[in-house]
Design a binder for this molecule. Structure first.
Ligand SMILES: Cc1ncc(COP(=O)(O)O)c(C=O)c1O
Length: 174
C-alpha cells in the first residue's frame, strides 16, 4: 500500500491534487478568494436562496429557539418540529406519502441507493454519474452496469444482455 505522502506526491505530479479555497465574502453569485472577486459558477445555490432574507431570518430564528446543530442523529435523539413540518409540507407539495431531508446531495444518494438496492439488484447508470451515486451503489453491493455518457441507444441495446466482464473491476463492459 502506498504511503500517504507518496500518494499525495503522485497526485501532485499528475496535477490531480485538489485543495480547498478560502472564501472571505459571498454576495449574489460572487465570492472573494485571496482578495479577488470571482463569479461562482461552481455553487449549487443556483437560485441564490442562501442569501434570501427570509431564509436567513428563518435560520436565525431556528438558532435562537433551538441552539446550533442537531446534537445527534435523529434516530438516536429525535429531530425538531420545524424539520418535521418541512418534510410534511414537501410531501404534500409533491403529492407523496412522505419526504425525508438529508444534509447534502452526497448523503441523500448514499442513503437512498444503499437502502433501495441490495446484493440481488442490478443498477444501470450513466458512466459520468455523480461520484456519490457510485458510492451509494457500492455500499448497496448491487451489481452495476454503466453505459457511455448520455448514450441511450447503447443503454437500450445492451442493458440486461450478455456482456464481456472486465477482469479488473468485475463489471460488465458495454
Ligand atoms: C447529481 C449530484 N449528486 C450529488 C451531488 C452532491 O451534492 P452535495 O454537494 O450536496 O453533497 C451533486 C453536487 O453537485 C450533484 O450534482
Amino acid at each position: 500500500m502506498l504511503k500517504i505522502k507518496e500518494k499525495l506526491n503522485n497526485y501532485r505530479e499528475k496535477c490531480l491534487l485538489r485543495t480547498r479555497q478560502v472564501i472571505t465574502r459571498r454576495h449574489q453569485g460572487e465570492i472573494e478568494i485571496a482578495g479577488k472577486t470571482c463569479v461562482n459558477f461552481a455553487s449549487n445555490d443556483y437560485l441564490g436562496l442562501a442569501e434570501h432574507p427570509r431564509v436567513k431570518q428563518a435560520a436565525s430564528l431556528g438558532i435562537s429557539h433551538y441552539g446550533f446543530g442537531s446534537g445527534s442523529s435523529p434516530l438516536v435523539s429525535g429531530f425538531y418540529q420545524p424539520q418535521q413540518d418541512l418534510e410534511k409540507n414537501w410531501a404534500e407539495f409533491l403529492n407523496r406519502e412522505a419526504a425525508l431531508f438529508f444534509n447534502s446531495g452526497y448523503l441523500a444518494n448514499l442513503g437512498v441507493l444503499s437502502t433501495l438496492a441490495s446484493r440481488d439488484s442490478l443498477v444501470i447508470s450513466d458512466k459520468h454519474c455523480h461520484a456519490s451515486l457510485l458510492d451509494g451503489i457500492q455500499l448497496s453491493r448491487a451489481k452495476h452496469d454503466r453505459y457511455p455518457h448520455q448514450n441511450l441507444a447503447k443503454l437500450e441495446k445492451n442493458a440486461g444482455g450478455d456482456h464481456e466482464i472486465c477482469p479488473s473491476c468485475d463489471r460488465k463492459r458495454f
